[in-house]
Design a protein around this ligand. Structure first.
Ligand code: 5AD
Ligand code: SF4
Length: 439
């Protein structure tokens, strides 16, 4: 008998929160009798779970969306739905640009998807469901996990910080936390399914609050679930990082010694206009406290170059901070004006494109040197690593991660496999990778 269930291809763009949301979407659709197929396979329903954080993300989604819609000519009856952050922020632009879209659905409306798909199959008029909710946390839905060693868990949704450059508070709405018991139960199920690591996700994990439980208590409970060996989280916000959380991280060996700590810019006047809520001096104090409290801390960051009004002197302050702090690695972005954000309304995007590119290139180069230098400190040391799979470039090598989340490549050993731990001594490094052998 052939499988009569309608087929869905689900394409995911953007951050880990979107990866998690696609797992929720997969679960909702399978529960209603749909089959999820691989992204290269033919499907009756094509869904794009989109990201709006920068223009480059938008452009990529629009290019692929154009192709999927063009493909409807040869496969009439195919349904194309756009989910997530782009429809939530740019509903009218999206529908005007792509009349071939069958429906759009915002991040708080995934429970409506089966209904939307069913209706879209009956009508040629594009359908729209983009209502943000103050309560939706999908707490009762068990996501359909991508197999592997790590599972994402969204502990909260939305963001109330309104950093002036950022579209997330508009695409994902108000901040809301899930119940702590629900998160712990989800972790137990993951452990039972063989996952070794969980990563807790939120736009600002330090604003997590469910009744009496704050983030430090939550992560400690999650890390104490039997079978879970490593817990990570992303991201905290520098405006409210409590010392108590550092102590919890330091005291619990299952909570990884790794913090992603987005700086964004180092000039106080830029930070003020970004509405970040901290000064460079406060950021530095926190970094010092982190490094004093957590030995071997791996510290990473995000930086934006060319925010409106960022002068060469402002940028020089960012370069200086990067040089002094010596992050282990950094994601460095060109400022991208996002419709509806505070910065788009209040400031002119006045740093020209070439200058933004110049600043990004300069900072990327500087950070590469620093990353290589920090990695060189690992040479000769032995690390306990968790094997994730084979190396991309060689079937004879494993790819694994240290507690600090650094990638380690080393020759395979037949008695080990994905999900196993072993010790690796580092012999060589690049800015992004450690290389070694089992010790
Ligand atoms: N332009 C460039 N980078 C941005 N980010 C968020 N919004 C923008 C924007 N408008 C970056 C920030 C954030 C990361 C997830 O994306 O650095 O920390
Ligand atoms: Fe955007 Fe700031 Fe919220 Fe992060 S904390 S999602 S950068 S508004």
């Amino acid at each position: 008998m052939t499988d009569q269930r309608p087929t869905v291809a689900l394409h995911t763009y953007g951050c880990q929160m979107n990866e998690y949301d696609s797992e929720l979407v997969g679960s909702i659709l399978i529960g209603q009798g749909y089959t999820i197929v691989g992204n290269g396979d033919p499907a009756e329903i094509i869904l794009l779970n989109t990201c709006a954080v920068r223009e480059t993300a938008n452009t990529r989604v629009y290019a692929q969306l154009g192709q999927f819609i063009a493909g409807k000519k040869t496969r009439p009856g195919t349904i194309v739905g756009v989910l997530g952050c782009i429809p939530q922020n740019l509903k009218d632009e999206l529908l005007a640009k792509f009349p071939g879209v069958d429906f759009i659905c915002g991040p708080d409306n995934y429970r409506d998807l089966p209904q939307l798909i069913a209706e879209a199959r009956e009508t040629a008029i594009p359908l729209t469901t983009v209502d943000l909710s103050e309560y939706e946390t999908y707490d009762d839905i068990a996501p359909r996990r991508v197999p592997g060693v790590n599972a994402w868990i969204a502990i909260m949704r939305g963001c109330d910080n309104f950093c002036s450059f950022c579209v997330v508070p508009f695409t994902r709405g108000r901040e809301r936390s899930r119940e702590a018991d629900g998160v712990v139960e989800e972790t137990k199920r993951l452990a039972a399914d063989g996952f070794k690591q969980v990563t807790l996700l939120g736009q600002n994990v330090n604003s997590y609050r469910a009744g009496e439980t704050g983030f430090a208590e939550l992560i400690d409970r999650v890390a104490n679930v039997d079978g879970i060996e490593r817990v990570r989280f992303t991201s905290p916000h520098p405006k409210d990082f409590p010392e108590h959380l550092l102590k919890v991280i330091a005291a619990n060996p299952r909570i990884c010694s790794q913090i992603h700590f987005p700086l964004q810019a180092a000039s106080d006047s830029v930070l003020r206009r970004m509405n970040r809520g901290y000064t460079m001096a406060q950021f530095n104090d926190l970094v010092n406290l982190m490094r004093d409290t957590i030995p071997n801390l791996v510290l990473t960051t995000d930086i934006i170059c060319g925010f409106p009004g960022e002068t060469r002197d402002d940028f020089a302050e960012t370069e200086q901070a990067v040089r002094e702090i010596e992050f282990d690695s950094a994601f460095i972005f060109k400022y991208s004006r996002r419709e509806n954000t505070l910065a788009a309304r209040k400031f002119i995007d006045d740093v020209v494109e070439e200058e933004k590119s110049r600043r990004v290139t300069k900072l990327v180069q500087l950070q590469r040197e620093i990353s290589a230098k920090r990695n060189r400190e690992s040479i000769g040391q032995s690390y306990r690593v968790l094997i994730e799979g084979r190396a991309k470039k060689s079937a004879d090598q494993f790819r694994a991660r240290t507690d600090g989340n650094k990638i380690v490549l080393f020759p395979k050993n037949d008695s080990l496999g994905v999900g196993d731990f072993c010790n690796v001594r580092i012999t060589e490094v690049t800015p992004n990778t450690l290389l070694g052998y089992i010790s």
